[in-house]
Design a protein around this ligand. Structure first.
Ligand SMILES: NC(=O)c1ccc[n+]([C@@H]2O[C@H](COP(=O)([O-])OP(=O)(O)OC[C@H]3O[C@@H](n4cnc5c(N)ncnc54)[C@H](O)[C@@H]3O)[C@@H](O)[C@H]2O)c1
Length: 364
């Protein structure tokens, strides 16, 4: 397989990254800037750590990345930003299932209505601007009952052989949890605006992305959260039994897929892809704890609690469609990626001291 290296075509064009000071957004903004593109990172800075990511972008990229503090619920602000840019990477979102259960209305306003504001702005003000949208595996619901998976060593595996390569895009939608519903609605709007209004759009349904600049907590960003708790020698709570499986995707690989999606927009417009580490990067929570013990030479202190709503016992992305469409493949193994995020967290905690602790302790 050949790899598509991000192919930045016209450096005079500016790309709007909503949620551009979040974990994935700031990594996308940084990569685009490194490749010579001008970027507008738009964010309402509601996520803990986003201000620090904004400062990191400012210091590292200067004028190449403009930071715009704005909210996707503000249609006028979205209109103005979309008009002034040539493409949109839309990542701004309320990202935690737990928060969506506490406040489903805000969750919908941000994820559902906020996305509609972005689509309407493109349709009315800048219809040639392509949009890449951050969707989620949660649109497929729980997928398996406990009776449909069996345990092999430290992980669940599905009985159904159709899932050998992972969960494919033709799996029926089963929006689960307010977060799953609001992201699922947005996912369908993005695809439909391509059908009915000829917008150039692509939807990436991501599973578990991890890496530097991720301010993970118990509600979202579990790999960063587990590692951080291990670094700080604090107990880790596992919801469920820990045999649940996810495919982990290192952030640099995710960013390359996002940029490849934008570069290939003319051939993939209107499509939806599952994006994750795929079967070769599938790990259970218990596998991760084991890897963390090996990395740190110390067993993390682990507690168990009840499953959380909508938790999937097994989710692994079938990445064959995206790999073929944009000539992309994950390159960083979980073991390598863990070392990289551990180094970042270690440095961050020792350099930031109390600030790092405070940021990472708080819930979103
Ligand atoms: N990280 C993952 O594993 C993962 C998996 C599936 C889907 N996603 C999706 O990818 C996107 C990025 O996720 P992330 O992990 O980088 O999360 P993140 O919380 O780090 O980034 C989201 C950013 O959006 C900003 N934001 C929130 N509401 C906003 C609003 N109304 N207007 C403007 N900005 C707003 C936040 O301040 C934050 O900086 C999200 O849409 C998320 O649903 C992420």
């Amino acid at each position: 397989m050949t790899f598509a290296s991000p192919n930045i075509k016209n450096s005079s064009e500016r790309i709007l990254v909503t949620g551009g000071c979040g974990f994935l957004g700031c990594n996308i903004a940084a990569k685009l800037a490194t490749r010579g593109r001008s970027v507008v990172a738009m964010d309402n800075l509601s996520r803990r750590g986003s201000e620090e990511n904004a400062e990191w972008l400012r210091q590292r990229y200067g004028n190449r990345v403009a930071i715009e503090i704005a909210d996707t619920r503000d249609a006028d602000a979205v209109d103005a930003l979309v008009s002034a840019n040539t493409a949109v990477m839309h990542l701004a979102a309320q990202v935690a299932v737990t928060t969506s259960l506490e406040d489903p209305i805000s969750d919908f306003e941000i994820n559902g209505h906020g996305t509609l504001n972005v689509l309407q702005a493109i349709r009315r003000r800048n219809p040639r601007a392509p949009i890449v949208f951050a969707s989620t595996n949660k649109v497929y619901g729980r997928l398996f009952d406990p009776s449909e998976v069996r345990r092999v060593d430290c992980r669940y595996v599905p009985d159904d052989p159709r899932f050998t390569h992972g969960v494919a895009e033709d799996t029926p939608l089963d929006l689960y949890s307010p977060y799953g519903c609001s992201k699922g609605v947005a996912d369908q709007y993005v695809r439909d605006y391509s059908r009915v209004f000829a917008l150039r759009s692509v939807v990436l349904r991501m599973s578990c992305v991890y890496g530097p600049r991720q301010f993970g907590n118990e509600d979202q960003g579990w790999i960063a959260h587990f590692l951080l708790e291990a670094i700080r020698r604090r107990p880790i709570t596992i919801y469920g039994d820990g045999y649940q499986v996810r495919d982990a995707l290192f952030v640099d690989d995710a960013v390359n897929a996002w940029i490849a999606a934008l570069d290939n927009i003319n051939s993939i417009s209107g499509r939806i892809f599952n994006l994750g580490g795929g079967p070769s990067n599938a790990i259970s929570l218990r596998d991760l704890l084991q890897l963390i013990s090996e990395l740190r030479g110390d067993q993390p202190d682990v507690r168990y609690a009840a499953w959380r709503p909508g938790d999937q016992p097994w989710y692994v992305s079938d990445i064959r469609a995206v790999s073929q469409a944009v000539e992309w493949e994950p390159r960083v193994s979980v073991r390598q990626g863990l070392r990289l995020i551990e180094r970042w967290l270690d440095n961050h905690v020792s350099a930031g001291g109390a600030l790092a602790s405070e940021l990472l302790e708080a819930r979103v």
